[in-house]
Design a protein around this ligand. Structure first.
Ligand code: FAD
Length: 318
């Protein structure tokens, strides 16, 4: 069976959920060979093996931390040269997409970004993407070279599938561009204790209807009762009520959780672009004609200042 390279997103050896989802998809199209780079790379092997990695290629060097993405592209290309895979899968983070794009250019391959599903096809892997603000889905495959595909978080379940996960050291030679952009400092974002927005299984978002930064407390309380991440519409972000890092939509983040709860959000096309692939959508809006109700699974016509606290109370009582 053909091997499929899976780029591992991890923090000091702790593998992030989107990589485990990639392994589920990789197993549909071949045998997953994981590529883990940087500090803690070897520590990823056990969990990757539990989820289907037949091999884990690891490399660590100061360049991975000290410079931006190019050293990682050099390493992924080294893995590509060593394995000659049938496909390369990368998580659809900002960094992942840059790595994937640079690799695709180097190896002269087509690239598919932001896939939401992947299946085996007669002529190579077939990826599903959501198009036109997720109003349509398209199926496509790369027709030139080895497909490089980035996959959005929450696109596949995490499945246990024990495999060998043999660790092999990857020999990487850094090219001239690797040290082109040095990282001067890193400032970790203050932790809210909530899940990362793009990876969360549940997202609770507030919009202009929340009517003030201080009122986001009720959105956060509902989110915390569900173990959810908090999102915001651009109107709420532009008003300075919530950080841009939490904006959902065309110019914010794209989310695809199991459950998306929109409160006081009208459902503009640019907001939909970032949340329409959510599995179940609930909206709370006092205007029964709000466009968001066109795409919801469940809609509550009512004042969010009454509905949201009641919902939080109900959930906490269970
Ligand atoms: P509104 O459209 O003003 O809707 C507020 C809603 O709250 C209304 O439906 C109202 O009925 C309801 N409401 C008010 N009070 C209550 C209450 N007490 N209880 C219940 N409901 C209440 N937008 C994004 O969100 N993300 C993006 O990434 C984004 N990118 C954009 C990019 C471009 C190029 C452009 C042009 C626009 C973009 N926008 C984006 C903006 C988008 O067009 C909308 O303006 C924005 O999404 C509106 O935000 P909203 O739904 O919170 O506000």
């Amino acid at each position: 069976m053909a091997e499929v390279l899976v780029y591992v997103d991890h923090v000091d050896g702790a593998v992030r959920k989107p990589t485990l989802e990639l392994l589920t998809l990789a197993r549909r199209v071949g045998e997953p060979v994981a590529v883990a780079l940087g500090a803690g790379a070897e520590a990823t092997a056990a969990v990757l093996a539990e989820h289907g990695a037949v091999k884990v290629l690891t490399a660590d060097a100061p360049e991975f931390a000290e410079y931006l993405v190019v050293p990682k592209v050099d390493a992924l290309q080294a893995a590509y040269d060593a394995v000659s895979p049938a496909a390369v899968l990368v998580p659809s983070s900002a960094e992942g997409k840059e790595i994937a794009a640079r690799l695709a250019v180097r190896i002269g391959s087509g690239i598919i970004t932001d896939a939401v599903d992947l299946e085996a096809g007669d002529e190579g892997p077939v990826a599903t993407q959501a198009a036109f603000a997720a109003s349509f889905t398209t199926k496509s495959r790369v027709s030139k070279g080895t497909p490089v595909i980035t996959v959005k978080p929450n696109s596949a379940p995490v499945e246990a599938a024990p495999a060998a996960g043999a660790v092999e050291a990857l020999v990487v030679t850094f090219g001239a561009l690797a040290t082109g952009t040095k990282v001067v400092s890193r400032t970790p974002r203050e932790s809210t204790g909530r899940p990362e927005l793009t990876e969360a299984a549940i997202v609770v978002s507030g919009g202009r209807g929340v009517n003030g930064a201080e009122n986001f407390a009720i959105i956060e309380e509902l989110a915390d009762s569900l173990g959810a991440a908090v999102g915001a519409s651009r109107a709420a972000v532009d008003a300075g009520w919530y950080p841009h890092s939490n904006q959902v939509g065309q110019t914010g983040k794209s989310v695809s959780p199991q459950l998306y709860i929109a409160s006081g959000i009208s459902g503009a096309i640019q907001h939909r672009a970032g949340m329409q692939t959510s599995k179940t959508i609930v909206a709370i809006n006092k205007d029964a004609e709000a466009p968001i109700f066109d795409l919801v699974d469940y809609g509550v016509v009512g004042d969010l200042f009454e509905v949201v606290p009641q919902l939080t109370g109900e959930i906490k009582a269970r």
